[in-house]
Design a protein. Structure first.
Length: 439
């Protein structure tokens, strides 16, 4: 038995290390990720993302333990050792002035969550999830920049790019008071690197010296998430849940490096050689002030039949500062609605009746406002929960979620982004650490 436990821990640590390496890879291809800390990733599991992102009032889904990081109060309902690990991929297409640009795609390990019960109404959890994602690459061209004369065909290209992101390693505990109230909290270590580049090139002038500025921000620090749930058992199989969760607005450490350099390009526009580093400045003791976040939700579930829910969230991103400089963002809001149905949870010879069928919708007023225009996002989500063969102590399920949406607008010379994301998760519930009595 000890050998199996050790092997299990080795496997978990390997997955955690792989997850840490995977989190360093940029998975965003959105120009809107250049603002603030990047595009926020809420740490949703595929099973909740498929229902529009409802998570604050979710604890168990179709009888399966759910390691719901969004609300640590949900850990109190975990009665078996639970693992959830997943993959994530996205494809996006950008448009400006009704002209399509290139389509981008990314794929990586998305999350690793582990939880184990401590007592009948409490459990601990730890894991690694993405916090923000940064990734973009686009250019703007300006003709006759030298003289302002229309006959001047020289053009200057401003090239903007960025990559990186922040990850969140967390440890949490959830505890239930009686059958109704549950509370919980996560302590999170947020870390990562954000890099932003701006290059200025004059491709039509042979021998012209081009310039590039690079801003690299190495981030680390501790933050706290907390939550509560009220669970009302209307019968043995019907449950009404109200949930609240929030994130503290702590300070993170920031080390910013600004480098300005010069380089030459070839006739076809490729960079050929670096000339000089003009400036290299380091701000080693900077701070990042995170925003306060609040979420409220409600769900109603009949075990083995259906679940429906709704959620509202708000974050004061207008308070985000990096190195003491306010980032000019606005407060964000999000509304989600969704649910799932399971035709027959006890079907024996009809596998299709055992599947969870999920659908949801979400609307986001993001934290970005450009040219007096709010950048909004709409997304339709859907997914499946595919149960695998179980034994006396173990339950397995594959969760698949897809999300098709739109971010931004073509108005005021802005960019509209159409995206499709796919999320694949594997859920394991098993009695690893339970004691057995033999007669």
């Amino acid at each position: 038995m000890i050998r199996y436990i050790r092997s299990g821990f080795t496997f978990l640590l390997t997955l955690l290390a792989c997850g840490a390496m995977a989190q360093t890879t940029a998975t965003s291809s959105s120009p809107y990720s250049q603002f603030g800390l990047g595009t926020l990733n809420e740490g949703l599991l595929p099973q909740t993302r498929a229902m529009g992102g409802i998570a604050t009032a979710i604890n168990r889904i179709s009888g399966y333990n759910t390691v719901n990081v969004v609300n640590p109060a949900s850990y109190s309902y975990i009665n078996l050792t639970s693992i959830d690990i997943g993959l994530y991929g996205n494809v996006s297409t950008l448009k400006q002035n009704n002209i399509s640009s290139q389509t981008n795609g990314n794929f990586r390990l998305s999350h690793f969550n582990f939880a184990a019960p401590v007592s009948k109404r409490s459990a601990v959890s730890f894991g690694l999830v993405p916090y923000t994602e940064l990734g973009y690459n686009y250019r703007q061209s300006l003709s006759n920049f030298g003289t302002g004369n229309a006959a001047d065909t020289n053009a200057v290209n401003y090239i903007y790019s960025g990559d990186g992101g922040l990850s969140k390693a967390y440890a949490g505990y959830g505890f239930g008071f009686g059958r109704v109230l549950s509370v919980g909290a996560n302590v999170s270590y947020i870390f990562g690197n954000l890099r932003k580049f701006r290059s200025t090139e004059v491709p039509s002038l042979v021998g012209a010296i081009n310039s590039r500025s690079e801003r690299s921000n190495s981030v680390s620090g501790v933050n706290f998430d907390y939550g509560a749930q009220l669970n009302f058992d209307l019968s043995d199989t019907r449950h009404l849940v109200f949930g609240y969760s929030g994130s503290a607005g702590n300070n993170l450490n920031s080390r910013i490096t600004n480098v300005v350099s010069q380089y030459l390009t070839s006739d076809v526009g490729d960079e050929t050689s670096a000339i000089d580093t003009i400036s290299n400045q380091v701000v080693a003791n900077g701070k990042i002030k995170l925003p306060l976040m609040h979420r409220v939700g409600i769900s109603y579930q009949k075990d083995g039949k259906f679940l429906i829910g709704a959620e509202y969230s708000r974050a004061n991103w207008s308070a985000l500062t990096i190195g003491g400089v306010n980032q000019g963002l606005q407060n964000s809001q999000s509304m989600s609605i969704g649910g799932q149905i399971t035709p027959n949870n006890n079907a024996i010879n009809n596998y299709l009746a055992l599947i969870d069928y999920r659908l949801g919708f979400r609307y986001d007023k993001t934290n970005i406002r450009i040219n007096n225009t709010d950048i909004k996002q709409y997304a339709l989500s859907f997914g499946l929960g595919l149960p695998l063969q179980r034994n006396n102590t173990a339950f397995y399920k594959i969760n698949i979620a897809g999300e098709y949406g739109q971010r931004g607008t073509l108005q005021n010379n802005l960019i509209k982004e159409n995206f499709f994301t796919i999320h694949l998760g594997f859920t394991l519930n098993d009695a690893w650490f339970q004691k057995y009595r033999f007669d």
